[in-house]
Design a protein around this ligand. Sequence first.
Ligand code: B12
Length: 385
Amino acid sequence: MDHYDVTKEQLDLAAAALGLDLVGVVSARRLDELEPVLRRYYDEQRDSGFEHPFSELRLDPRALMPAVQTAIAIALPYHTASESLRHPTGRRHGAVSVYAQRTDYHRVLKDVLSRFSALLETCAARPAQFLPCVDTSPLVDRAYATAAGLGAIGKSGMLITKTYGTYVFLGVLLTDLRVEGADALHGALPWGTEVCGTCDLCLTACPTGALIAPYTLDAKRCLSYITQEHGIVPPEFRASLGRRVWGCDTCQTVCPRNEDRAAPSTFGPPVTPLAYPDLLEILTLSNRALMKRIGHTAAAWRGPAIWRRNAIVALGNARSVEAIPVLVTYLAHARPELRAMSAWALAQIDPEATRTVVRQAYDVETDEGARCEMAWAREAPDAKG
Ligand code: B12
């Protein structure tokens, strides 16, 4: 076994020491079979803009780390049995996607991968190179998880694992170590692996039709993207957002592969107010206080304004009469998209009672987008013109 730096047994022991039960290895190579999938994604402009632009870095780990020999993929489960994915019943409460309710997974996985690196270096008994990749690297995480045998891609585009369904975060550790098993079974990506059968619940349940075909997501229609993209929410997506404040779990909640797949979480105790946050509080807390509440999660990277915007839309969708006074103050907010969305929300809640105040806001509004959202107050039958 001396042509390996790390044997299969050593790898398994190191993984077990870290509590990792989903670990796979694959020799680092260009994923040629991913190229047409990736090209089509960008060519058809289905990309969200959050991923790296198309380049060789997305296809070949050697472009990221010239000496790389092995890609080690890990999957960490994050959905616990005690959690409920149902929508809150009170009108004041929004919903945050399960993945963002706890400690930011980037932090947790990077920490695990760095401890993994240290253990593997000890096994190899030589200095080694490591590059931990979690989400933000150019690598297509799901492609490596699949190639390393951790699961199969479902029609939702999600990687589905046997043990935990789709509720896993993915990480890839690139290393110049030669690890036993990397060259074993995984040749081409098992695209053909039939994990969904005739089931297409995710496609039919997606509130915006973002899953335009099996395995084909239009990221710009995905509500997860809509909750993260700055600006005025396009009209066609507002009602579909419901009370989502961050992320969307619909394609996962309906997936039969997620039944009874809850797992003990390595991500710390749930932060209850974050699961179903108080929407009015989101609008009344200071920026600093709001960031203090969400800053440790994966839902904070776009800043506090986007939380406020989503809370405004959610209150509009909830027809929350008690939100009217706060929404009226947002008609004069410094950010045009918040003024705009407040005008929209007030129209949903009680246009008659709020017409005058929105019309006054319209009269002094300078932003074109916000003016459009306020125009309904002018166009009313009793408007003076
Ligand atoms: C940008 C991004 C987004 C964007 C765009 C999503 C997208 N295109 O998937 C938005 C904001 C919408 C998003 C949403 C979500 N995301 Co995201 N996202 C990413 C990111 C950073 C890049 C994705 C990317 O490059 N897409 C390009 C396309 C081509 O690749 P892909 O989406 O991975 O597609 C794969 C499959 O769909 C499949 N595939 C594509 N075409 C075909 C065709 C056939 C025939 C077959 C069989 C397969 C197949 O192959 C691709 C490669 O494996 C990755 C991290 C990373 N660096 O990879 C996380 C990542 C994909 N996201 C993740 C998560 C958790 C989510 C959400 C569940 C969050 C939420 N609850 O709101 C949703 C899920 C939405 C969905 N159904 O995919 C996880 C997925 C874990 C898993 N079990 O699969 C990742 C891997 C982050 C991580 N490291 O854990 N995300």
